[in-house]
Design a protein around this ligand. Structure first.
Ligand SMILES: O=P(O)(O)OC[C@H]1O[C@H](O)[C@H](O)[C@@H](O)[C@@H]1O
Length: 555
């Protein structure tokens, strides 16, 4: 099979029919029964990848389900599709490009050439340049225009040029340089840039302008405003000391006025949402240093190897994808929640939203015909325990099935003892994770409630149906290496779900039209032009906006 060959929808396979029959058998079986009938379930239904240990015993599956799902994945040609991607075939068929983010994590000794070109050499040439630059900034040898050292890095980017570095910098806070802080600006709402610049001194601030295309309006608008902020204080010549760029588009970077010597390159075969291992990770390397960034890439590579070589039956990202696909297509689950029991992973759900929903939010198959399966679920989440006091009520007693990923770590970067000597705050955090997955799975029956003496009229309100599935991803600690493993795990899960759905996970045509229309409307909104050819609602809002804006002083 080649990446461009046209495969039928997965629903055409006999393996799909078998799963449908099996679903009929298992749909009403409760996790209480599954655990009751199979004492080894909690120990056996686990899989490991690198440092990650994944417990999927609280899934709505029995011992027959996984082999049936794996058979479906094989019928869909998952292994061939995976190998095509890893080899550098143009799996992004609508743009005729490879999706080679895994090459960003290959060690320097590896070999991979695409169309006769040594990709590994390119990757390591840029990594070396990033490392040299990072060393200079972190040591204070790179100075601002007035000779002062850099104390704050501001990354200006959006989407894939923002969410990855933002999430990773936050997650690896304990590993960060104590005298170099990193801030992020993404939104074209001026409030974002103004808040990021608050309290900063242009003389000690370095901007990283990150944009794969270097044409994204939000990023260029913010970068232009930041440039004025710097040159207004320090003069035009200061740009070279205070701006670097990360992009695939050297011409546009030069046009913007950033010295090409200050540009860190990546390539069109790196999708924006898969770019954290590329030069887009520069703010991360600045924060944690070249060594820890190397550990982060090595972590990603560990899971890349696992994905490439582990049998599908024990392949962690494949397993997560099969479960996701199972819930979306057989249990009609429309969403899934990612609940990290690690406050430093607060930005993980937002990162995964782009990864999963921009990749798999598609309704046509590779051959352009409509899909007949449920693609790209809605991903969302918040760190536990905060979510427990907000939306978990719906997870426990609502009418919708929301499969959950819990994430937990054994050793926190820092902990505080409880004053009564009963352990630590981190122990409390982990106890909450364990409690939530148990309650979701097993609930509380009317008989339990009656035995506890609960008033009869309250029993229906207090019953917890349970049978709500979760997967628990555990790791020793939230280190750079483990975070790299987690990201690669989710990347390959998303890819696998894309293969099962027979869609192209690497394009994003759906975001283009909104961009074009925003540009057209800006002529009317920003100036005195007429919003030509628009609907009556848009026209009315433009008039309302301009009337209020022009009646009040503009900045
Ligand atoms: O990195 P850039 O070229 O500025 O693109 C930033 C983002 O914008 C686009 O609209 C895409 O939907 C994203 O995939 C991308 O990450």
């Amino acid at each position: 099979m080649t990446a461009t060959s046209v495969s039928p929808s997965i629903t055409a396979f006999l393996e799909w029919q078998r799963l449908q029959d099996h679903y009929g058998d298992i749909a009403s079986v409760h996790l209480r029964e599954l655990f009751g009938a199979d004492p080894r379930r909690g120990r056996d239904l686990t899989v490991t990848a690198g440092d990650l240990s994944i417990d999927y015993s609280m899934s709505r599956i029995d011992r027959d389900t996984l082999p049936l799902l794996v058979a479906l994945a094989r019928a869909a040609g998952l292994e061939d599709h995976r190998d095509c991607m890893l080899r550098g075939n143009p799996v992004n068929t609508t743009e005729n490009r490879p999706a080679l983010h895994t090459a960003l994590r290959l060690p320097a000794s590896a070999e991979l050439s695409v169309d006769g070109h040594d990709v590994v050499a390119d990757v390591h040439r840029v990594l070396d340049r990033m490392a040299t630059f990072t060393d200079r900034v972190r040591s204070g040898r790179w100075r601002g225009a007035t000779g002062r050292r850099i104390t704050t890095v501001v990354n200006i980017g959006i989407g894939g040029s923002d969410l990855g570095p933002r999430m990773v910098c936050q997650a690896l806070r304990p590993y960060s340089h104590p005298e170099l802080s990193v801030r992020f600006v993404s939104n074209v709402d001026p409030a974002d840039l103004l808040a990021a610049l608050d309290g900063l001194d242009p003389a000690t601030t370095l901007f990283v302008v990150a944009s794969k295309t270097f044409t994204t309006i939000e990023t260029l608008t913010n970068a232009t405003a930041a440039r004025s902020w710097v040159t207004g204080a320090l003069g035009e010549d200061a740009v070279d000391r205070h701006f670097v760029a990360v992009s695939t588009n050297a011409a546009k970077v030069a046009e913007f006025g950033i010295d090409p010597a200050n540009m860190f390159e990546f390539w069109d075969w790196v999708g924006g949402r898969y770019s954290i291992g590329s030069a887009i990770g520069l703010p991360v390397m600045l924060a944690i240093g070249r060594g820890a960034f190397g550990d982060f890439l090595a972590g990603m590579h560990t899971v890349d190897r696992h994905f490439a070589t582990a049998p599908l039956e024990s392949n962690a990202p494949v397993l997560l994808a099969l479960l996701g696909f199972w819930y979306a297509n057989f249990f009609d689950a429309e969403t899934r929640a990612v609940l990290p029991y690690a406050n430093d992973l607060a930005a993980l759900p937002a990162y995964l939203q782009q990864l999963a929903m921009e990749s798999n939010g598609k309704s046509v198959q590779l051959n352009g015909t409509p899909t007949d399966v449920s693609t790209g679920a809605i991903w969302w989440g918040e760190p536990g325990t905060n979510g427990q006091h907000a939306f978990y009520q719906l997870l426990h007693q609502g009418t919708r099935l929301v499969p959950v990923d819990f994430l937990g770590f054994a050793a926190p970067a820092a902990d505080l003892p409880l004053s009564d000597g009963s352990g630590s705050m981190h122990d409390v955090l982990v106890s909450n994770l364990l409690a939530q997955r148990r309650v979701l799975a097993f609930g509380r029956t009317p008989a339990d409630l009656a035995a506890d003496g609960i008033r009869e009229d309250l029993i229906p309100h207090k019953v917890m149906a349970g049978n709500r599935p979760s997967t628990t991803i555990l790791a020793p600690e939230l280190s750079p290496g483990v975070l790299g493993q987690l990201i690669a795990l989710y990347e390959h899960q998303v890819f696998t779900e894309g293969v099962l759905s027979n869609i192209n996970s690497f394009d994003q045509w759906g975001v283009e039209l909104g961009k074009d229309q925003a540009l057209q409307l800006h002529r009317a909104v920003g100036g005195d032009g007429v919003a030509e050819g628009v609907d009556s609602s848009t026209e009315a809002i433009v008039q309302w906006y301009r009337a209020i804006r022009d009646g009040s002083p503009r900045m």
